[in-house]
Design a protein. Structure first.
Length: 339
């Protein structure tokens, strides 16, 4: 996903705008709707209406992360760091779920919170892991990888100019302000000033990391890599396993270990000259399909009829598979895929 030698011309507007719009919509679908955990599950009108808020909240940051990466030469490790920065801001500052002890009156919140709760810092290690990784993988990086794979000739260039960038910033700030104001008005637990400052400082450090280490080009080597299908299946299995780790200390440790192993494996494979855009697309597709698989096991908030729930799950599972196959076939078969 980097610019190849002899950079291509700037993609035409008729190519750039559909890709940008696709990312704006796919981000909330991947982040929120694929698992079908909310009360809107199975309700088409509620899902469409929800996009008015969720597309700016998830899609606009995804666009901004991608545009910053393409303009500043940030590679995938840096994109992950930028996504983590937004994830920390989302969970720690915007909806403040990271620091809540009774978020949205979810009945099983204590089961997720208490086993790894760090009282001096006021947050659960398990929830911090789940929230930040969820944003990094499903809110931002999976949609970016899939949409760029659908337009491989435009994947190395910016899609937005100054008005588009300003519009994305305005959309995100407006949606974030709505979420924050609703949280402050309806929730009893609010993040303290120290917690907000800590979250912002962490996000700033991640941005610095992205703009420094995230721009380095690792040396390539000629090593064998699995086929894209094998990469996608492995990503599916790893993502399902991560989503199923228990909320206990042992489960949290297992989740962190799985993340480290997955990052090491992908990092090693991506240093091969044989690693290409199709591998990146398959990796993202496997993660997206995993989210839709987990949706079959999720219990939606509110009163959702079983028929509506499983219809929702089936549609998103089929859509995830079809999108993954389409993106993998359209992606570049080999070469520099944005290491």
């Amino acid at each position: 996903m980097t610019e190849a030698e002899g950079s291509p011309p700037r993609p035409r507007r008729r190519v750039r705008w559909p890709l940008a719009a696709g990312l704006l919509v796919l981000a909330p679908l991947s982040a929120e709707y694929a698992t079908g955990y909310d009360s809107s599950t199975g309700d088409p009108l509620a899902l469409l209406g929800g996009l008015l808020l969720l597309a700016p909240l998830y899609g606009a940051p995804a666009l901004l992360i991608r545009e910053a990466a393409r303009r500043l030469g940030v590679r995938w490790p840096g994109v992950l760091a930028l996504a983590a920065a937004f994830g920390v801001v989302q969970a720690g500052v915007v909806d403040q779920s990271l620091f809540s002890e009774s978020y949205r009156r979810i009945e099983y919140w204590d089961e997720m919170l208490l086993p790894t709760f760090v009282e001096p810092l006021g947050f659960s290690v398990y929830l911090a892991m789940v929230f930040v990784v969820g944003h990094v993988v499903w809110s931002f990086c999976v949609p970016i990888a899939l949409v760029e794979s659908l337009g491989p000739d435009a994947s190395g260039r910016p899609w937005l100019r100054l008005p588009g960038l300003a519009g994305a910033v305005a959309l995100y700030l407006a949606s974030a302000a709505l979420i924050l104001s609703d949280h402050l008005a309806t929730e009893a637990d609010h993040a303290s000033a120290a917690q907000v400052c800590g979250a912002l400082a962490t996000a700033a450090a991640l941005v610095v990391l992205a703009l420094t280490a995230g721009r380095r080009r690792p040396p390539l080597r000629d090593a064998a890599v699995p086929r894209p299908l094998a990469v996608g299946v492995a990503a599916l299995a790893a993502a399902v396993a991560f989503n199923l780790v228990p909320e206990s200390r042992a489960g949290t440790a297992a989740g962190l270990a799985l993340l480290v192993l997955a990052a090491a494996a992908v990092g090693r494979l991506a240093r091969s000259a044989r690693w290409g855009g199709r591998h990146v697309a398959a990796l993202a597709a496997g993660a997206l399909v995993a989210h839709s698989v987990i949706g079959f096991l999720a219990v939606p908030l509110g009163d959702v009829e079983p028929l509506a729930k499983y219809a929702h799950n089936t549609v998103f599972f089929a859509g995830s598979v079809l999108l993954g196959v389409w993106a993998t076939r359209r992606a570049r078969p080999a070469g520099d895929a944005g290491r």
